[in-house]
Design a protein around this ligand. Sequence first.
Ligand code: MN
Length: 321
Amino acid sequence: MRQDVAAMLAGASRVLVAAHLLPDGDALGSSLGLMHLLAAQGKQVRVFSAGPVPEEYLFLPGMDQVSNVLPGTGDLDLAVVLDCHQPERTGQASGPFLAKLPRVAIIDHHQGAVDFGQAAWVDPTFAATSEMITLLAQEQGWPITPQAATCLFVGVQTDTGSFRYGNTTPRVLRAAADLAQAGADVWAISQEVYATHPKRLRLLGRIMDNLELSQGGRLALSQITLADLERLDAGPADLEQAVETLRLIPGVEVSALFRQTPKGTIKVSMRSRGKVDVSRVAISLGGGGHKSAAGVTMEGNMEGVRRDIAARLRQGLEALS
Ligand SMILES: [Mn+2]
């Protein structure tokens, strides 16, 4: 629970912070936000991220301190895992590393059972891990510097789709207001985070070319091949907005985007407007996520995976009517 995590943080002086692979605004914002908060408390903090950082987050204060090299276990009192609660979600090398540490605390807002860490605060009623860290800082009386506020604001802004999604509660809006008050410059941040990259628009064009609407326009499916991504010099981070765009088509209740990975697997990103719980489909196949946004990586070819997922999503839609 929250108090256990707070006590563990208070008792540690050398802390490693790690979030999930393919880091998004909340993974990076909560990691760097917590780094700034704990550093101001006199603690030595390292931030680990296994994968490449999407370019829109390179401006985050403290980004130069993010490392993809793990420290020695002897250099640490505690590791804090953010925005996920399975060690393997942090990376191939860091997963086994974290699982061996004597003290791991978890702060996360994703659904699913937790069987890892010595203290866990996992609560899916929060819109973002950055919202949880903001609340923790306020409860603990930690001063929120403009640097910390900027990082945490990016986390709550991106995980709520700029305060548009169903998870935009009065509580997260208050947290955002407090962060703006503490020095997060909303317009400056938005220009960085929502800069329009031409390659992303071209990618979106490709995805719209492949769009298939069925179930009376309630189900939207599309796909992107590895060859498409290579030709446009694009990566997974460039697809985030495209997945959201499919859900925003009028009449669409559920959307799924299928992407070939370099390993030959198919990554499925699903979005729901709120009536169908896509996390149930994802979790039943070994993936994870929230009711309205979930994902899973599957073996098999594009056509087979697409047929399988489409059938499961159709079932979800038929259960509604
Ligand atoms: Mn998050």
